[in-house]
Design a protein around this ligand. Structure first.
Ligand code: C2O
Ligand code: CU
Ligand code: CU
Length: 520
């Protein structure tokens, strides 16, 4: 007998076999959604049996971020309705940033409830997912409305995230606090025996500006402000302006996410030790890679191995961030708070506690994955061109903006099952040049190569040395004057998906387009 999930009352869900009778009375078959009065277009379906079922509410709240008055934020709240009660947690810090933990293959149902004063929709950044569950702005629901997501997690283990995606308002909504982690685990990751539990620390980096009353200050209305993107005066980690964490004398996994609107970070460690990168957007690398520092563009993730095993109790190690505007000015001097260290500022402080040292070995091999093969691409020598441009207040992809929810040009249509090379070209002859982090929905790509760009510019070179082009990616930073080739495969799902600049102000201005995966 099918289980039917029916919403009764405001926050109550009943699962009862008896409700099947109701479905029959209403004349709905087992494959049909049950339409209840007041429900949004997407509803729970009868034959989808979730392993994890969540309620995720976007609402307005007040939280303590700075000393003194609380700050009004827009945040995700929620609870687990079915499945592991620990699958939804809130990060220590200001306590309002959620972390959802899932496993590959799990069936997940999320009841998104919009209690914001405006329309919204949730996008699962990085997930390979059917169109209707991807949070395209065409599905945005108004105040008091809900949207039910049902999907099977079909990604490798890794650090994904979620955020609102209503057209024109993504920047505002994310800025005011709507973002969370979506962590996926799988057997391969289990086998790598990485630090887990309290030794697995998701860290979201976001910059914010507060007024003297501790209220968040976003952009003015000026077009130029939007073109340049929003740069905050303080860098927050997990919602906290002075994030500190007590660590044991063992290895940790730091899952870094740049959840800022426009700011790029160059990250390093105060101890001077190099950064050990073990994973990027689409999960673990095959083997660890060592960097002096990491460059993290907006939306990018970096999984880092950090071992405190050789430290003495009382030692402190800081994560240092140097901030850059996408116009590539260093903006660290704007950012108040902690004192600068070697050009950057500490944004997270790890204090080593007493207790025994626990030795952990960094695995030499982390994962193996089927790399997309260039040999299978249909256009190796004629990559699909995507010109990035900023001309007279417009930010565009191939000279077009996102002006129609369903709009898709002929050169934005691809065939299901094909592998293609796309070339993002940031070398327009007119207008102004900025670095653009380009994001493609629904898939993970491989970065093939970068050409052009200022090769003798110190700032550019400094950032370039920290790029995380390894592994599978869903965001790639394209520097001014540069061309970046990416290899991607359009698998499993047909439909409309987005590709866009992940500078949220650019996305809101329309530096975003649909691409259409057509049946082959
Ligand atoms: Cu992280 Cu289309 O977004
Ligand atoms: Cu996305
Ligand atoms: Cu951009």
């Amino acid at each position: 007998m099918n289980h039917v999930v029916t919403e009764i009352g405001r926050r109550r869900f009943l699962t009862q076999a008896g409700a099947c009778g109701l479905a029959t009375v209403l004349g709905v078959g087992a494959r049909t959604a049950i339409a209840m009065p007041g429900m949004a277009p997407a509803e729970a379906t009868i034959d989808f049996k979730p392993d994890l079922e969540l309620e995720l509410v976007a609402n307005v709240d007040e939280v303590l971020i700075l000393p003194g008055a609380p700050t009004r934020v827009w945040r995700f709240d929620g609870r687990v309705l079915r499945g592991d009660p620990g699958a939804l947690q809130f990060l220590a810090g200001s306590g309002y940033i959620p972390v959802i933990r899932t496993r590959r293959g799990q069936k997940v149902r999320v009841h998104f409830i919009n209690r914001l004063p405006e329309a919204s929709i949730v996008h699962w950044h990085g997930l390979h997912i059917v169109q209707r569950m991807d949070g395209h702005p065409m599905y945005a629901v108004g105040t008091g409305k809900r949207y039910v997501y049902e999907f099977t997690v079909d990604n490798r283990a890794g650090t994904y995230w979620f955020h609102p995606h209503p057209h024109g308002r993504t920047g505002f909504q994310v800025y005011h606090g709507l973002a969370g982690f979506l962590l996926v685990g799988d057997q391969e990751e289990d086998a790598a025996r990485l630090p887990s539990g309290e030794h697995d620390l998701p860290l979201i980096i976001q910059d914010r500006t507060f007024d003297p009353l501790n209220r968040l200050v976003y952009l003015g209305r000026g077009m130029m402000d939007r073109m340049m993107g929003f740069l905050g005066e303080r860098v927050l980690v997990n919602g906290s302006p002075d994030f500190g964490h007590r660590v044991e004398r063992t290895a940790y996994r730091l899952r870094l996410l740049n959840g800022s609107n426009s700011t790029l970070y160059r990250l390093s460690l105060s101890s001077g030790e190099p950064v050990v990168l073990i994973g990027t957007d689409g999960g673990l690398l095959e083997r660890p890679v060592v960097r002096r520092h990491l460059t993290l563009a907006i939306g990018e993730r970096a999984d880092v191995w950090l071992d405190f095993g050789a430290r003495q109790p009382g030692d402190e190690v800081h994560l240092i961030a140097e901030s850059f505007s996408p116009s590539l000015n260093v903006v660290t001097h704007l950012q108040s708070g902690a004192a600068p260290t070697r050009g950057g500022r500490p944004i997270a402080r790890f204090r080593v506690a007493g207790g025994p040292t626990r030795k952990t070995a960094l695995p030499k091999r982390l994962s193996s994955f089927p790399l997309l093969d260039i040999k299978n691409s249909r256009n190796r020598d004629r990559p699909r061109q995507v010109q990035l441009s900023m001309v007279r207040g417009r930010v565009m992809l191939n000279g077009r903006s996102f002006d129609d929810m369903h709009g898709v040009a002929d050169d934005e249509k691809v065939k299901l099952g094909t592998t293609e090379v796309w070339e993002f070209a940031n070398d327009a002859a007119f207008g102004m040049l900025m670095a653009h982090p380009i994001h493609v929905h629904n898939l993970q790509f491989r970065v093939l190569d970068r050409t052009g760009g200022a090769r003798s510019n110190r700032v550019h070179e400094g950032l370039r040395a920290g790029f995380t082009d390894e592994g599978l990616k869903d965001v790639v930073l394209v520097m001014p004057g540069e061309r970046v080739k990416a290899l991607m495969k359009f698998e499993d799902h047909t439909g409309l998906y987005l590709y866009h600049c992940h500078i949220l102000e650019h996305e809101d201005l329309g530096m975003m387009r649909n691409y259409l995966v057509e049946p082959s």
